[in-house]
Design a protein around this ligand. Structure first.
Ligand SMILES: CC(C)(COP(=O)(O)OP(=O)(O)OC[C@H]1O[C@@H](n2cnc3c(N)ncnc32)[C@H](O)[C@@H]1OP(=O)(O)O)[C@@H](O)C(=O)NCCC(=O)NCCS
Length: 265
């Protein structure tokens, strides 16, 4: 019998046992499993009393968004519609709460997931690149220009927090601005480059820089600022997410791009 339910203590090891070599680089579920059981809705699918699939959904009420992540189906149970069942379960719960859209992020090489998303009605909204850099001492000054929310012309800007692409609403902007997480460089009062720093709650030791847009000089200044900040705050990893194809640091390597996909609920 197939059942979708909340997690119970005995699930953890059985789930982690099949979430080890999911991707070429391994998997991250072991890092987040505990925090996901406390935050949002972690759903488990069991078949004949054995947990064989999971998925995590987080509802962002103010942004009216359901964020879906960590879909995992045990290899010997794939292609039976279980991922579809889990995602539609989360979508229904979110819809009942009045949430109007769902998002997830899919690596551009992950054909099964891209097909899954397309089959259940998700559309590609944007493409993002991911770069990894190290923390280090840098010489750039950390002075940035001040910015008010009303100066932002785009209405669909997003920033990355804990690997979730969150709409930059006025209230998110004010919080980030108050804690100096917004990096802005202006040119003749026009915003030339815009970046946002977050530190990952679920993933240990990671500082994330979202480059929303920018010119070479601004991006370089953002990266150097984050490198120094990460060193000061003892973060070992820095991840840069941007829709730009290239960034002006020679030493860093681009990883596979990701698609942000969306469905209206
Ligand atoms: C991606 C994954 C979650 C799909 O789980 P699943 O239970 O096998 O998916 P479903 O049976 O619900 O498939 C639904 C649709 O997805 C697509 N799909 C799923 N697996 C596929 C595959 N191997 N190749 C091509 N399309 C695939 C198909 O369109 C499928 O519909 P169809 O069977 O009618 O053709 C599973 O392969 C998995 O756990 N992969 C590793 C982890 C991962 O990539 N997670 C997603 C990260 S965003």
């Amino acid at each position: 019998m197939t059942q979708i339910r909340k997690p119970i203590t005995s699930d953890k090891q059985q789930i982690l046992d099949f979430c080890t070599d999911t991707f070429s680089w391994g998997d991250y579920i072991h890092e987040v499993y505990d925090s996901w059981t406390k935050e949002g809705e972690l759903v488990i699918l069991e078949e004949d009393n054995v947990p064989i699939a999971m998925c995590h959904g987080v509802t962002y009420t103010d942004e009216s968004m359901l964020w879906i992540e960590g879909i995992r189906v045990r290899e010997d149970y794939r292609r039976k519609g279980f991922a579809e069942l889990l995602v539609s379960h989360l979508e229904r719960s979110a819809h009942d709460l009045g949430i109007i859209h769902a998002n997830m992020l899919i690596e551009s090489e992950n054909v099964p997931s891209l097909n899954l998303a397309e089959k259940i009605g998700y559309q590609r909204k944007s493409q993002w690149n991911y770069f990894a850099v190290e923390s280090k001492k840098t010489s750039f000054s950390s002075l940035f220009d001040s910015l008010h929310y009303d100066e932002l012309a785009h209405s669909e800007l997003r920033f990355v927090e804990s690997w979730r692409w969150i709409p930059l609403t006025k209230s998110n902007f004010e919080k980030l601005n108050a804690s100096e997480q917004i990096l802005c460089i202006k040119d003749n009062k026009t915003i030339q480059s815009l970046g946002i720093i977050t530190d990952s709650r679920s993933f240990d030791n990671t500082m994330i820089l979202t480059i929303l847009f920018g010119k070479s000089y601004g991006i370089q200044k953002f990266i150097q600022h984050v490198q120094r900040l990460a060193l000061e705050k003892n973060y070992s990893k820095i991840r840069i997410l941007t829709q730009q194809d290239e960034i002006p640091i020679v030493s860093i390597q681009k990883k596979f791009p990701f698609y942000l996909v969306e469905k209206k609920l």
